[in-house]
Design a protein around this ligand. Sequence first.
Ligand code: ATP
Length: 308
Amino acid sequence: MEYVIEAENLCKKYMRHEVLKDMSIHVPKGSVYGLIGKNGAGKTTFMRLISGIQIPSSGEYKIFGVSNRDRKITGTRKRMGAVIESPSLCLEMSAKDNLKQQYRYLGIPDWNGIDELLELVGLSDAGNKRTKNFSLGMKQRLGIAMALAGNPDILILDEPVNGLDPEGIIEMRETVLKLNKERDITFVISSHILDELSKIATHYGFIDDGHLIEEISAEEIAKKCRRSYTVETDDTSVLSNILESQGLEYQIEEEGKAIVFGDIDVDGIVSALRQRGGKIRGLYQTNETLESYFLNLLGNKDEGGNAK
Ligand code: ATP
């Protein structure tokens, strides 16, 4: 697999506070990589490091195979755009003027492409409006347009849907998916709104207390977060026998409670239990979500912070 961003044992200390601890990460080309972690886990710090805003205390990262220790990294970083924390906009200026400013900063000689950028992020009608009158969602999308000005292959977005209303969230999602598909842009997106991230991410990195505790594709997670049922009964051994005889995969959570994986014949199980004198006390579907997967992962890590 081709990785556009890789890091090995990346560390960042602020004074004596170690914020990133031996963080390793692999972002596949063309992916929408969701960086998931609680507040203070180190997501923004990682983004600041790879964007060149801050320097690692130790460890190494590579962008398109170029190491941060290589002088070529400055040029390579131009292939990457970022909106970290909040977009840097001049609120007194219009969206177009903000983009012109960005073009000047990047040394782009003409304004060709500004209208296309505004259209890409759904702001064609708002180009001449002052950005101080923009909604938060519009500001975020203008931030993305500014980050796109240098025609990057990677976009880094720090909490892009934070504070957005439902409409703003949908627009942001559509913008990301469109840019990923039509322009083949790789995204690294941090969020703690996991439900939203699960609608766009193709890969995930779970970060906790400065460690990347697991990297996994959306496909693998879908397999792990498969459908399951919780069956509660007064007779665990009878229930076990029935589940075994039906060839079902299950685990006994506690006395009287089993988790059964995959699709089940609910009526068949209930009547088989009744026939053998057992009773059903409860039966409900319990799919694992991205959120519960993450929470389980946090509860299942070893002392070094890695998933067990
Ligand atoms: P959030 O979702 O809240 O933004 P995060 O995962 O992005 O969280 P970071 O912003 O990377 O987390 O912060 C990680 C830790 O580093 C926090 O404990 C934070 O207080 C600390 N930190 C961040 N920036 C600095 C700084 N410039 N100086 C000192 N400590 C900092």
